[in-house]
Design a protein around this ligand. Structure first.
Ligand code: HSE
Length: 288
């Protein structure tokens, strides 16, 4: 490879209960990607080497190249991720953000951050993982005429996340297919009220008000797809969590604690992995 750039993109937890497809938070767990111009397409990941143009990282790089008339320019990509795949921790969003930011850097940064957000959200389908991966902290997103609008806040420094991930995967498509086409007004109001208070609790630093985290738009339909869900909810509650919810489309469960030691004492069921994490406040980083 000639010129190379490296981007480190964080994991994210989307929805945060009632904020379905809107709220998300960035976590200190990362996917690091190095991209450089090359004579042929090579994607080097922990799965081995590939030259598939269907690779999500490559498609994300190429989406930027295409916009500037450089589609299909061959690149070498080295990808190393600590974010488990199909687990509800934004592994796809981290791929997309890393690919788009790396391509933008290779082309000497022609895109604004807003343009990158819009390209990434289009590739991912929704903005709730994309936004915190790019700007860090906690974000509330909405679609407006020219793309994605959002509010961002720093995550309160005392907040700790206990993130429990089972050994099985759950594809987002399957978790979305489980959702109904319509909802009652009372369920919409229930989730809306929880989402508003949840974002406010983050933004105002009122960690105790994260007790409002809950939802009736997606969790009741996804919980049956997550074997062990009730056990994990009970385990984090017993350890002293303020509340917990499905992370993204699942199957990971994320719990909110005001004390790291309590979070570390969570006993997850066999086959589940516990990560105790802090928020990533800055979002994806370009490392030259
Ligand atoms: N908001 C999305 C969902 C996140 O819950 O389906 C997963 O991409």
């Amino acid at each position: 490879m000639n010129k190379t750039v490296t981007v480190k993109a964080p994991a994210t937890s989307a929805n945060l209960g009632g904020g379905f497809d809107c709220l998300g938070v960035a976590l200190e767990l990362y996917h690091t990607v190095t991209v450089g111009f090359s004579s042929e397409l090579v994607i080097d990941s922990i799965d081995g080497k590939s030259s598939s143009k269907n690779d999500l990282l490559y498609r994300s790089v190429n989406a930027v190249f295409k916009r500037f008339g450089k589609g299909d320019t061959p690149v070498g990509i080295v990808s190393r991720s600590d974010i488990p795949r199909a687990s509800g921790l934004g592994s796809s969003a981290a791929c997309i953000v890393a690919g788009v930011m790396a391509a933008n850097a290779l082309l000497n940064e022609p895109l604004t951050q807003k343009e990158m957000i819009n390209i990434c959200a289009e590739l991912d389908g929704h903005p709730d993982n994309i936004l915190p991966a790019i700007v860090g902290g906690v974000t509330a997103a909405y679609k407006d005429g020219d793309g994605i609008g959002y509010l961002r806040a720093d995550v309160p420094s005392g907040l700790v996340f206990a993130v429990a991930t089972p050994g099985f995967k759950l594809k987002t498509e399957k978790a979305r297919a489980a959702l109904p086409d319509s909802y009652s007004r009372s369920d919409c109001v229930y989730s809306l009220s929880r989402a508003v208070v949840t974002f406010g609790a983050f933004a105002l630093g009122k960690i105790d008000m994260l007790k409002a985290v809950d939802d009736r738009l997606h969790q009741p339909y996804r919980a049956p797809l997550i074997n062990g869900y009730a056990d994990v909810k009970n385990a984090v509650a017993a350890a002293g969590a303020i509340s917990s919810c499905i992370s993204g489309a699942g199957p990971t469960v994320i719990a909110f604690f005001d004390d790291e030691e309590k979070a570390k004492k969570t006993t997850v069921p066999d086959g589940w992995t516990l990560r105790v994490l802090r928020a990533e406040q800055n979002g994806a980083e370009l490392i030259r």
